[in-house]
Design a protein. Structure first.
Lengths: 249, 431
């Protein structure tokens, strides 16, 4: 098979995608999410501009879409001060409707706080009304959930922080295989405005193109008014999903 | 005093072999009836015990250390069966001791899985340890790589003589500050080679061309430094001189681990008072062949056929870098069984650009479609996709007749491929 044609037509516009802390917060294939956004923008006929923001950098202007990944506890400690300094700006962007995807570690820090197992409480930036508490129990394995917006979502979880949702957010979906936010509620992830937060990697976007296209469509509509989709070939994503669904927890 | 442990253990071993059973059961029996057996037997060795651990390259490195020590005339006990956990060691010991429980060896060199190594060193404090690296491997088992680094630190803390560390892996090099008693030695890389070996922190930034190494303190002197890697040779520096040697081993990561093996072998040999015979060491090093499935060269249908084991992003990246695609037909087989790791995220931390020009002929394994999807996003062409390994392999061999072939495969996929190869063709091991 050949990858979808990418650059035969004039670009329909440029979308600036910012990776948040890729140096300290990328542990389980988080690059996959950024890559999928970049390629699908191309396949939809838009020009992606991939930017990075790391601790101490100047925050780029005119960001259309934000993607952030997971990290170890140590990575969260490294970024926490810088993240607090950017909290107001990021909150403003989120409330304004900027589409964002945050996975695992940054999901936790987009919440109110993360009380780590060893004691210290890492303050979050409160974009999401969620709280996370570190535990001795590690939730690991394949996950399937059902979301009213995106249908069936598949991925892999690996976290010991357990997250509880407050009244201000909706879960991303209801888990049918695996744990999700915590070992009790049957919920996975969180939704608020155009922010999608999830514990799932695997990576999340390659096998869940519906979420990738939601982020892209939202970014394009905010910038250009209408989104004119291309025709990405999702046959292999569909087949990968079918096979993943049959795998054990 | 006559003990029944050894006769009974050997009996269980014989019986379980006759039944076609695994290697761990006799070890389990011995542990139960005589918990001190392993410690007692190993502590009688004049040069003590050396533990080799880390996430990548344990098997080949252990094999190198053993062959290097043998070149110096030492008798070495090792856990060759690949049973890299405590019971496996006890079982291997049972096979090696005589009926009175005596082990005819000068030193034991044991490959131990990070988690099991901690259990082992609590029972048997080693005289030496060699800690290779902490890369993203089996994160679904150990949780986080910092946790894995802590496991390695425990091994170092229990070591009584010499701790050998990878100077280029910050998580391993840092262990030096946690040990106070034992001597610390390093193996290192020439500056010019460092970019070839991204450590886990550099993984993302190395790919995007920036460096995360900004605030690393000046590196300590290394006992052995890998200076250069050629297609079939390498330069090592030790004792103030650079030695060039032919290498049977392929893959830059294997050759870096040869530097690690040299440090440990020199240290063990030197403990007897006279330094190792450098010429013999280098000769032995040049003759080390890869361990089972670790970059093996076979001949299939008259053409070279290489099996490259890949089990984590760094290993896969190094595999792609070490074995250039030009002129080779390629197959990738990805399984997600327990021994492979169930999480597929790691495939997204590997760049496949180097396969873009020649493409991939066949994609297989339980997660063939995850791999195909990964290639699609890197715009790498691929031929057939088939989750059934025997069928995919047959198609690969048929479709690429007359061309050298290479298969990148996860652990259980490699076992399946070996099994199939021996059925459909005569497998001749070249190196």
């Amino acid at each position: 098979m050949t990858p979808a044609e990418s650059t035969t037509h004039a670009s329909k516009g440029t979308i600036r995608v910012l990776q948040l802390y890729p140096r300290d917060m990328n542990i389980y294939g988080d690059w996959g999410n950024a890559l999928v956004l970049r390629q699908r923008l191309l396949w939809h006929g838009y020009t992606p501009e991939l930017l990075e923001y790391n601790v101490g950098d100047d925050f780029p202007e005119d960001v259309d879409l934000i993607v952030g990944g997971g990290g170890q506890d140590s990575g969260q400690l490294v970024i926490q001060e810088d993240l607090q300094a950017r909290a107001g700006h990021l909150r403003g962007m989120a409330e304004d409707g900027t589409p964002m995807l945050v996975i695992c570690g940054l999901y936790q820090l987009f919440g109110k706080f993360f009380k780590t197992k060893s004691g210290p409480v890492i303050p979050g930036i409160g974009i999401l009304d969620v709280e996370t508490v570190g535990t001795d129990e590690r939730l690991i394995g394949n996950v399937t959930l059902t979301s009213p917006e995106f249908g069936e979502i598949m991925g892999y979880e690996n976290h010991s922080g357990q997250t509880t949702l407050g009244a201000g957010v909706e879960p991303l979906g209801t888990v049918s295989k695996g744990a999700g936010n915590n070992s009790k509620d049957n919920h996975e992830g969180a939704r608020h405005r155009n922010v999608v937060a999830s514990y799932l990697h695997g990576s999340l976007l390659p096998k869940n193109p519906a979420i990738a296209d939601f982020l892209i469509r939202t970014a394009v509509e905010r910038k250009y008014g209408t989104f004119v989709p291309g025709n990405p070939d999702d046959d292999f994503a569909r087949l990968a999903r079918e096979h993943a669904a049959r795998r054990p927890r | 005093m006559f003990s029944f442990t050894v006769p009974l253990g050997k009996l269980v071993r014989t019986v379980s072999r006759l039944r076609g059973g695994g290697s761990a059961l006799p070890g389990l029996v011995v542990e139960k009836i005589d918990p001190g057996f392993m410690q007692r037997t190993l502590s009688s060795l004049p040069h003590g015990v050396a533990v080799v651990s880390g996430t990548n390259g344990k098997t080949t490195t252990t094999k190198m250390v053993v062959e290097l020590l043998e070149s110096q005339g030492l008798k070495v006990f090792t856990n060759r069966t690949g049973s890299n956990f405590t019971r496996g060691v006890a079982a291997a010991l049972l096979g090696a001791v005589d009926w009175r429980g005596r082990l005819d060896a000068d030193v034991a060199v044991l490959e131990l899985d990070e988690a099991h190594a901690v259990h082992f060193v609590n029972k048997v404090p080693p005289r030496y340890c060699l800690l290779l690296n902490v890369l993203r491997d089996q994160l679904d088992r150990f949780g986080e790589i910092d946790t894995t680094a802590l496991l390695l630190q425990r091994i170092a803390e229990r070591t009584t003589g010499t701790v050998v560390l990878n100077r280029e892996d910050p998580r391993v090099a840092r262990i030096a500050s946690a040990v106070s008693g034992p001597e610390v030695l390093y193996f290192g890389l020439d500056e010019s080679l460092r970019s070839t070996f991204p450590n886990d922190d550099d993984m993302r930034s190395a790919a995007s061309g920036t460096s995360a190494r900004g605030d690393v303190p000046p590196s300590p002197a290394a006992d052995v430094v890998l200076r250069r890697v050629g297609t079939d040779d390498a330069d090592f520096e030790f004792d103030g001189a650079v030695v060039s040697t032919h290498m049977k081993l392929r893959g830059v990561y294997n050759i870096f681990n040869a530097a690690a093996a040299l440090v440990l072998a020199r240290s063990i040999t030197g403990a007897s008072g006279q330094p190792a015979d450098a010429a013999k060491l280098v000769k032995a090093l040049s003759e080390v062949a890869p361990a089972f499935g670790r970059g093996e060269s076979l001949t299939v249908d008259g053409q070279p056929f290489e099996l490259v084991l890949v089990k984590n992003p760094s290993g896969f990246r190094l595999g792609l870098k070490s074995f250039p695609a030009k002129g080779y037909a390629s197959m990738i087989a990805i399984n997600d069984n327990y021994a492979d790791g169930r999480d597929m995220s790691w495939l997204w931390d590997v760049e496949f650009d180097s396969l873009r020009e020649d493409g991939v002929d066949v994609v297989s394994g339980v997660r063939a479609y995850d791999m195909a999807l990964r290639l699609q996003y890197d715009e790498v062409r691929f031929g057939s996709v088939d989750t059934d390994i025997p069928a995919a392999l047959a198609e690969f061999i048929r479709g690429a007749a007359g061309k050298p072939k290479r298969v990148f495969c996860t652990y259980t996929a490699m076992l399946a491929i070996r099994r199939e190869l021996s059925k459909i063709t005569t497998v001749e091991v070249v190196s």
